[in-house]
Design a protein. Structure first.
Length: 411
């Protein structure tokens, strides 16, 4: 890591070190022991594309161990029973895990509660009854959820969603479709965003609400698992909701104000993905440096050729800049600053340079760079996707330029 002139606060530094120890004890050995499972997609996925029972078992073990150790809920508000740490801890924790574990040891994805899959600050305003009924198993790592915002007709323009919540007595009935919903094939609950006031929603003045819906509810259907990049299974799904009954206790936050919660969730996703890109980028860069020192061509280590090493120097520079941007954006959020521009910049820049670092590491490895055992392609795939998930690069540029044109020109 390039030198950074200031250090993380003591508590976050300690958590970061603790996470690294935890991953060394609970994540890396599980991958080692179950290498045959992880190397065989036919054992990772069922025929319908969902995770196999063996994989779900391992994920559950890591989640529950992380919950017992206090890492899983470290960024969940204290009044919900979590550790109360903020955005900087979330960024630093994820960056450390991605850097240590790389794309091979991906059970680490379940060490800290991912904002869309488990408890986080997004659930800050759940009702006392939801806390009572749902939060316990989620905090213990026994149950998980998913985040149903995107729809076939509403991606970048998420506020154009068409799912309706029609009043029915005290509660509502939800009807609509969701797509790309991560973790949906295995989730126990889904936060569904729906129009509760179509007129206000059409005028983009609120009118959208968020509901916590058990995925086993009558009328809730996982229609299909979406398979990305030639995989035989996947973690994203398409959902259909048909007259799904929800009660007032299932409302998350204020009625008609759910879109603000959706945007906050996406912000957490941007922090997570900025950290993922820098962590994977650093992992790939170190792999490339090691390889360049040992691989020989024309009687010399390829590290002697500037054609090989200058791209690595560029990646080190870019990753250092991205790291500082991520730390800065997370700190601004902890200070109560909305950081729309800074977080958009950090996410867009980090995923582009992280992806480029992985691509350059592939090139450094020659043909070895495409092998399953080196595994660079896993990081390459995942960062390619992150150029779209949680706000495409174009939408992030749109947010940045909107802020600039409003006079927020500080850079
Ligand atoms: C792996 C993965 C996981 C995901 N997980 C979830 C999830 O858990 N929950 C969820 O709700 N969603 C999820 N998404 C959906 C994600 O949020 C959307 O894919 C994203 O918002 C883009 O929407 P879209 O794919 O419909 O692209 P579109 O909105 O159709 O955009 C297509 C292209 O047009 C460009 N474009 C659109 N508008 C503009 C504009 N104004 N200016 C310039 N360019 C523009 C886009 O940048 C893009 O290049 C996930 C996506 C992926 C890939």
């Amino acid at each position: 890591m390039s030198a950074i002139a200031w250090d993380l606060p003591d508590d976050i530094r300690a958590v970061r070190e603790g996470l690294i120890d935890f991953a060394r004890k609970e994540v890396l050995p599980r991958h080692e022991t179950h290498r045959a499972l992880f190397d065989d997609p036919r054992r990772l996925y069922r025929k319908d594309g969902r995770f196999s029972d063996a994989l779900k078992g391992l994920i559950g073990e890591v989640r529950r161990a992380a919950a017992r150790a206090g890492y899983y809920n470290m960024c969940v508000p204290e009044h919900l029973g979590g550790g109360g740490l903020g955005h900087l801890a979330y960024y630093a924790g994820w960056e450390a895990l991605f850097h240590l574990c790389g794309p091979h040891n991906w059970l680490m994805l379940y060490v800290i509660s991912h904002w869309a899959f488990g408890p986080s600050r997004l659930l800050e305003k759940v009702t006392p009854e939801a806390r009572e009924r749902i939060l316990g198993p989620m905090m213990a790592g026994e149950a998980s959820m998913c985040f149903g915002l995107s729809e076939p007709g509403a991606g970048s323009d998420a506020a154009a969603l068409a799912t309706r919540a029609v009043k029915d007595g005290e509660g509502w009935r939800l009807t609509g479709r969701k797509i790309w919903t991560s973790n949906a094939p295995v989730a126990d609950y889904c936060i569904v965003f729906a129009q509760t006031d179509p007129e206000r929603a059409a005028a983009r003045r609120g009118g959208i609400s968020a509901f916590l819906v058990p995925t086993g509810s009558a009328g809730f259907e996982v229609q299909r698992v979406i398979k990305l990049f030639g995989h035989i299974g996947g973690d994203e799904a398409e959902l259909r909701l048909e007259d799904v009954r929800v009660e007032p206790w299932q409302l998350v936050g204020d009625l008609h104000q759910g879109f603000a919660a959706a945007l906050y969730g996406v912000s957490l996703g941007r922090i997570y993905n900025s950290a993922r890109a820098v962590g994977y980028g650093r992992w790939a860069l170190e792999l490339a440096l090691d390889y360049a020192k040992t691989r020989k061509a024309f009687d010399r280590p390829i590290a002697d050729y500037q054609g090989v090493t200058f791209p690595l120097a560029e990646s080190a520079t870019e990753l250092h800049a991205a790291h500082l941007m991520g730390l800065n954006a997370a700190t601004l959020l902890d200070q109560g600053h909305p950081a729309i521009k800074e977080l958009s910049m950090a996410k867009a820049y980090s995923v582009q340079v992280g992806y480029r670092a992985v691509d350059r590491a592939m090139q450094t490895h020659g043909a070895m760079g495409f092998t399953n055992e080196v595994g660079l392609h896993h990081a390459w795939h995942s960062l390619r996707i992150v150029n779209v998930a949680d706000g495409t690069n174009e939408i992030l540029n749109r947010s940045i330029v909107q802020r600039l044109l409003k006079g927020d020109t500080e850079v």
